[in-house]
Design a protein around this ligand. Structure first.
Ligand code: ATP
Ligand code: MG
Length: 397
């Protein structure tokens, strides 16, 4: 191994669950992850060098902090650290560690050094930690070593690719790389739930596209723009990729329900069935294998188990509902964490919602209403007029 004389900054990327796979699957997924990372950085204007020794990805480029920030939003990545890389020997690590600690660690403070080594020769991990820890202790007066509850942690690793020193681990979302699990179409509304459902599917490696059904005059004045805003925010979680959204004009559907005086209590179930029909049809066109919604047991009157069964029956495409058992507070907490929660949501009220929606809509009554509506033709008319909205790195193109 060539000795590096000048310490250099590198970004170290850890990935977790990919380790559980067999070797061929693991390499396949790591390939996808690397491709996603390259694309995320390239489209953000970073030109970088990549190394992928066992279990890690190293990235060298200008502005490593910015690079780490971008990578911390890439699914499949568990955490990211900006490291100083030196020669893989204890003395070089010690000097780099003392320099790093001098910049960030101030007395009085409790600190710990976590040593780690890949090879079986030389100092073991604990000895390495002690060696570096005592150098820091001597260099900065007034410190206390505390291995159980430190206020500052410094990591020193001896790896085949060099010695690494760092003091922060930026958490990333984990999960599986975007696009490693096929494509799903997410029914995206202006609400809190469906963006979270979309994010959870992305986290499991799905390539997500969005479908918004624009209710026109039947939807609150801010519904469509808020749904597009959800779409834009979610694109920050697939950096480098184009996130697609289909917007359909569904106003004729609601107009027709009113025109034909369809029993008000059935409207919510009919509306959701119409959305699933549209999604099911578009899945074929878009090459998606499942539909995703933000539905949840008992959240609103239309989401009883009985209604969900009647709703699901509108399509043969599998319907995934990742939030099905979430409490609202859990969903809101996640929405805040991923940045889709909106403090001032605007006018999102649906004008078609009845005062008393049916809680166990009868299949028979629903089918009769759909026959009266001429649901097949309505669907064709609505799907004939779709608009595509592409979001990329937090911008609508
Ligand atoms: P959310 O559930 O996303 O917070 P919401 O509460 O306004 O939105 P619900 O009536 O709970 O909507 O709808 C259940 C699910 O149906 C949503 O999670 C979403 O997947 C889908 N959905 C609702 N409205 C629309 C719409 N206008 N376009 C596309 N999908 C929608
Ligand atoms: Mg909801």
């Amino acid at each position: 191994m060539e000795k590096r004389l000048e310490p250099e900054k590198v970004v170290m990327v850890r990935y977790g669950e990919l380790f559980l796979k067999s070797d061929p699957v693991k390499y396949h997924f790591i390939g996808i992850l690397l491709r996603n990372i390259r694309k995320a950085l390239e489209t953000a204007g970073h030109s970088c060098r990549f190394e992928s020794p066992r279990g890690r990805i190293f990235i060298s480029g200008e502005k490593p902090e910015e690079i780490a920030g971008i990578i911390s939003r890439v699914f499949g990545v568990v955490d990211v650290s900006v490291c100083t890389r030196v020669a893989a020997d204890p003395e070089a690590l010690r000097d780099a560690a003392v320099a790093l600690a001098a910049a960030h660690l101030h007395a009085p403070s409790r600190f710990a050094v976590r040593g780690k080594r890949q090879s079986k020769t030389g100092m073991n991990s604990q000895q390495l930690g002690e060696f570096i820890g005592s150098a820091i202790y001597d260099a900065i007066p007034g410190l206390t070593v505390d291995l159980t509850r430190p206020e500052y942690e410094l990591y020193a690793e001896v790896r085949d690719c060099g010695g690494l020193v760092y003091d922060s681990r930026i958490p990333a979302p984990g999960g599986l790389p975007w696009g490693s699990q096929g494509k799903v179409l997410c029914l995206l509304s202006s609400g809190i739930d469906s963006p979270v459902a979309s994010w959870l599917a992305m986290k499991r490696g799905c390539e997500v596209s969005h479908l918004h059904m624009d209710g026109g005059r039947w939807a609150g004045g801010d519904v469509k723009t808020t749904a597009i805003e959800n779409h834009r925010r979610l694109s920050l979680w697939c950096p480098g990729a184009d996130l697609q959204m289909i917007v359909t004009d569904a106003e004729p559907f609601y107009d027709r329900m009113q025109e034909l005086r369809i029993p008000a209590r059935l409207r919510c179930v009919l509306c959701k069935r119409f959305m699933l029909r549209a999604a099911g049809s578009l899945c074929g066109r878009e090459g998606a294998q499942a539909i995703l919604t933000g539905e949840n047991i008992g959240q609103v009157a239309s989401q009883t188990l009985a209604n969900l069964a009647v709703i699901s029956d509108a399509t043969t495409v599998p319907v995934l509902r990742p939030l099905i058992t979430y409490d609202k507070e859990e969903t809101v907490a996640l929405a805040r964490r991923i940045g889709t929660f909106m403090e001032k949501p605007g006018d999102l009220a649906c004008r078609a919602v009845p005062r008393m929606p049916a809680t166990s809509a009868m299949h028979e009554a629903v089918r009769e209403s759909e026959a009266a509506l001429g649901i097949g033709e309505l669907l064709d008319a609505v799907l004939a007029r779709v608009q595509y909205v592409t979001a990329h790195n937090g911008k609508i193109l």
